[in-house]
Design a protein around this ligand. Structure first.
Ligand SMILES: Nc1nc2c(ncn2[C@@H]2O[C@H](COP(=O)(O)OP(=O)(O)O)[C@@H](O)[C@H]2O)c(=O)[nH]1
Ligand SMILES: [Mg+2]
Length: 309
């Protein structure tokens, strides 16, 4: 069934792509999907750009304005918006679609996702979703994530570039300095530059960056309201080097191994497996070193490993 869906997706069926993303978001059929999505050396790599910043900074609006520029440069673009609310509640999904502009262009694909709970502001299995969008043929992928702090660092691992949006008068200045988010950003956008205190915010950001001059980070003023600064922003993004680390085939396999072994361990624990209990007791009593105990655990898990049907 996933095989069928995948074949349809490969033929350019957007519905199939949507359904595949829904399965990934719900954590379904992950093993099969991972196997089908192993990129070959010929799979072209998409440029993945993450936009982050607190809610209300204008991320969705800005992305909506960048899409036509990306299309004009002949790229096919997908947007994954990680929302703090579940898209099932409707509001976030419709809101973002609306702000990004509705489109009948099949070189554009926009999808809202529920963010994981916790501070990361990221949807689960984002890497797999990016693989799916790449396999479909999108060569630019925008990620919209909410929040400042750890999540911004985390999203950086999935992206070639991290764009941090700040806005005048947000009172966020202390927060972003503390979280060290400035240093993670590849580009800083002072958005809503039409607001009166934009110059002050710009000066504050520059001063903060001067304190750590190890890296040159472009700071751009953009006003979506006045339609200013988008071309410069896209030019800057296009010129940044690719950075995203894609896991090797061996790392993908390791990832699968770890996930499957966690499931096996959970099963042994819930069944109160006697061999596991003895092993743990021996280790606690000091008759086994941690290395020996880990080896025994590995052997036990591998013998109880049952691949998903
Ligand atoms: N003054 C001003 N307001 C803007 C600008 N861009 C977006 N906004 C407004 O900011 C609000 C939040 O925008 P949204 O894109 O939903 O922000 P997000 O939560 O970061 O995705 C909306 O009311 C927008 O109309 C801008 O350039 N200038
Ligand atoms: Mg938004």
């Amino acid at each position: 069934m996933i095989g069928d869906l995948f074949a349809r997706m490969r033929r350019g069926d957007r519905n199939a792509l949507s359904r595949l993303l829904s399965h990934i978001a719900r954590g379904e059929f992950l093993d099969d999907i991972r196997s089908l999505l192993i990129p070959s050396p010929q799979t072209p790599s998409a440029r993945v750009i993450a936009f982050t910043g607190s809610g209300g900074m204008g991320k969705s609006t800005l992305i909506g304005r960048l899409i036509p520029l990306v299309r004009a440069a002949n790229h096919r673009i997908a947007v994954l918006a990680c929302d703090p609310q579940s898209p099932l509640s409707g509001g976030a999904l419709l809101g973002d679609r609306f702000r990004m502009g509705s489109t009948s262009d099949d070189g554009v694909f926009i999808r809202s996702l529920a963010a994981l709970s916790g501070s990361s502001g990221l949807a689960k299995h984002l890497d797999l979703m990016i693989d799916a969008l790449e396999a479909f043929g999108f060569d630019v992928i925008f990620l919209e994530t909410v929040g400042a702090g750890q999540g911004d660092v985390a999203v950086g691992q999935h992206a070639d570039a991290l764009v941090l949006l700040l806005q005048p008068e947000s009172g966020d200045d202390v927060q972003w300095e503390k979280a060290g988010v400035l240093e993670c950003a590849d580009v800083i956008v002072i958005h809503k530059a039409d607001l009166p205190t934009a110059d002050q915010t710009m000066a504050q950001v520059r001063a903060a960056l001067d304190l750590s001059p190890s890296r040159h980070i472009p700071v751009l003023r953009v006003s979506t309201k006045l339609n200013q600064g988008h071309a410069e922003l896209w030019q800057t993004l296009e010129s940044l080097p690719a950075r995203r680390l894609r896991p090797s085939i061996a790392q993908r396999l390791l990832h699968h191994l770890i996930e499957s072994q966690e499931q096996s361990l959970h099963k042994l624990e819930t069944q109160a497996n006697p061999e596991l209990a003895k092993l743990l007791a021996d280790w606690q009593a000091g008759t086994l070193t941690i290395a020996a105990a880990a080896r025994c655990l590995g052997a036990l898990l591998l013998t109880s490993y049952e691949p998903e049907a």
